[in-house]
Design a protein around this ligand. Structure first.
Ligand code: RRO
Length: 305
């Protein structure tokens, strides 16, 4: 039996349900030197803003137990250079390309998405309304249902391909935010962005990040992410892309059972850059062993007590 790994999200078909997460492989150029990007279901770019940004000064990453803290501060080349210098390479890859978009104001989100609308080779936008490391925008948008709905509705007016809303775990009710995103016209949801956290050096008494706090990712947040994916799955009809500490094919299966249609791999890439390839292989083996014909049959099938 040849298991079918294809999944469809908002009418877009992916060869398999495993993508790279935003911010963990830049614009894909370096990762393409590790394995052919066609092995991925999709690649999500680092967040793009209207103007180029240098981000926060180093140190802006720190390793902690079972995870990593980051406060990159949205470092990116800006939309003009992204379209001119990065998009031609990405458009030539045989995988789905998702461009993550961030901003400090609603106008910025809208302008970036407007400019992406004419660009060939990208399949979807992932709207980052959940960045924990900037003073304005980001998480501000994604922690208020009214702003969430407004941002989605505004972006949907200027971008004609599907839009994914990337949700924050740092909110009172992620299901209210998911409902607002759906109301605003989101086509899918990415669940979750990083969890706010910090770490302090006890010799210098200084935080390990110049931003003083950052976003926690990696295996430390996997149980949080699984519970939030399941909560959103039960309240909302949109397809879910699960994110949070996925390091093995077993982790992928857990996310699918909790309600994800696909997943993104982030922090694991820093340990094993070809981890997604290992996961695709492992997922196939899991399905073969259990005679599961289509990966889509796993979504939401957790047998709850
Ligand atoms: O750049 C960052 O500091 C960052 C972003 Br935009 C995000 O969405 N999530 C994260 O953990 N870091």
């Amino acid at each position: 039996m040849k298991p079918d790994l294809k999944v469809t999200i908002a009418g877009v078909e992916f060869d398999n349900p495993i993508m790279t997460a935003s911010g963990c492989c830049g614009y894909g150029e370096e990762l393409a030197g590790v394995f052919p990007l066609s092995r991925l279901g999709g690649l999500v770019t680092k967040s793009i803003t209207l103007k180029p940004r240098l981000g926060h000064p180093p140190p802006r990453t720190a390793e902690v137990h079972s995870g990593m803290l980051n406060a990159i501060g949205l470092a990116n080349v800006g939309i003009d250079r992204f379209i001119a210098e990065k998009m031609p390479f990405l458009a030539g890859q045989k995988t789905r390309i998702i461009v993550n978009v961030a901003g400090s104001t609603l106008n910025e989100y809208v302008e970036v998405c407007r400019r992406l609308n004419d660009v060939p080779g990208l399949d979807m936008i992932e709207l980052n309304i959940s960045c924990p490391n900037v003073d304005e925008g980001g998480m501000e948008f994604g922690s208020d249902p009214v702003m969430t709905e407004k941002s989605l509705a505004a972006v949907k007016k200027v971008f004609s391909r599907p839009v994914i809303a990337k949700l924050s775990p740092n909110v009172t009710s992620i299901t209210d935010i998911a409902a607002a995103a759906e109301q605003g016209g989101a086509d899918a949801l990415s669940v979750i962005n990083s969890v706010v956290g910090t770490s302090v050096d006890i010799d210098t008494w200084r935080p390990r990040l110049t931003n003083n706090k950052g976003g926690l990712t990696g295996p430390a947040i996997k149980p949080i992410a699984l519970a939030l994916v399941n909560a959103v799955y039960e309240k909302c009809r949109l397809p879910i892309i699960g994110i949070g500490g996925i390091s093995s094919a077993d982790d992928v299966v857990e996310f699918l059972l909790c309600g994800a249609t696909a997943v993104q791999v982030g922090t694991a890439l820093f340990i094993q850059p070809d981890a997604p390839v290992t996961m695709v292989r492992g997922l196939k083996d899991y399905m073969k062993k259990r005679k599961i014909a289509s990966v889509e049959r796993l979504t939401g099938k957790v047998r709850k007590y």
